[in-house]
Design a protein around this ligand. Structure first.
Ligand SMILES: Nc1ncnc2c1ncn2[C@@H]1O[C@H](COP(=O)(O)OP(=O)(O)OP(=O)(O)O)[C@@H](O)[C@H]1O
Ligand SMILES: [Mg+2]
Length: 234
């Protein structure tokens, strides 16, 4: 099943075209990655998919259903597509305990058993249950990124959009988070769209990758091409 389909998607900010025609598909269960120079439009494309950047042209389908530009995600779609940002601070309110941060999306969506769900979310990302009482500044960078991942997973999304999820972390912590992401993907049958500047991360995580250049996709890499390291030369 195709979970993401973009065809000739374009995004402009004022008279500046940032994405000039991106086309690709992601199959259920896949990790598909976007690579390319800084400013080539990777995060913009993720924000389009997340429903955060609502002005775009072209065609896009999620889970086989067409998504209209300008539309606000609602219901199942809003739960099923979640994003993890490069900077975990972006999804954590400095003055809210982790409990409050994690309970919020559940409450908004009218979910039950909020306390149990928050504890199990923390456990899933390898944080102790009593971490719920802490504030973001009382955590390490790796712990904060685990909380951001826990928050994205709370609504049991089918697609996780990962924008440089480990670039702010030490190598050893980075490996832990990447392994955690792979384990969670297996457990929950998710599909990932990953952005990373790190060729090792791309090789370790991806089933396929696409190189963006000048706002369009210049080249695709399959598993074999990634194993041969062809993306490192691109
Ligand atoms: N809201 C916005 N308004 C105006 N310009 C924007 C906006 N968001 C992004 N841009 C511009 O669009 C271009 C693409 O930005 P984007 O963040 O998608 O790049 P990126 O590929 O994610 O880069 P990086 O690898 O550095 O994260 C950049 O030139 C950026 O300045
Ligand atoms: Mg970016």
């Amino acid at each position: 099943m195709t979970v993401i389909e973009m065809h000739n998607v374009q995004v402009a900010f004022g008279d500046k075209t940032v994405v000039s025609g991106a086309s690709f598909q992601v199959t259920q269960g896949e990790t598909f990655s976007l690579i390319g120079a800084s400013g080539c439009g990777k995060s913009t494309l993720l924000r389009v998919l997340a429903g955060l950047q609502r002005e775009w042209q072209g065609t896009m389908s999620l889970f086989g259903e067409p998504v209209k530009a300008g539309s606000r995600y609602q219901g199942a779609l809003r739960r099923n597509v979640q994003m993890v940002f490069q900077d975990p601070w972006a999804s954590l309110h400095p003055n809210h305990t982790l409990y409050r941060t994690l309970a919020e999306p559940l409450t908004i969506h009218g979910e039950k058993d909020v306390e149990t769900r928050v504890s199990s979310a923390l456990e899933q990302v390898g944080l102790p249950a009593d971490a719920a009482r802490r504030y973001p500044h009382q955590l390490s960078g790796g712990q904060r990124q685990r909380v951001a991942i826990a928050r994205a997973l709370l609504l049991q999304p089918k697609i996780l959009l990962l924008d440089e999820p480990t670039s702010a972390l030490d190598m050893s912590v980075q490996a832990e988070i990447l392994n955690l992401l792979n384990r969670l993907k297996q457990q929950h049958g998710m599909s990932y769209l990953l952005v990373s500047h790190d060729a090792d991360v791309i090789a370790h995580m991806s089933d396929r990758a696409a190189l963006m250049a000048g706002g369009a996709i210049a080249r695709f890499f399959d598993r074999d091409a990634l194993r041969r390291g062809e993306h490192r030369m691109a």
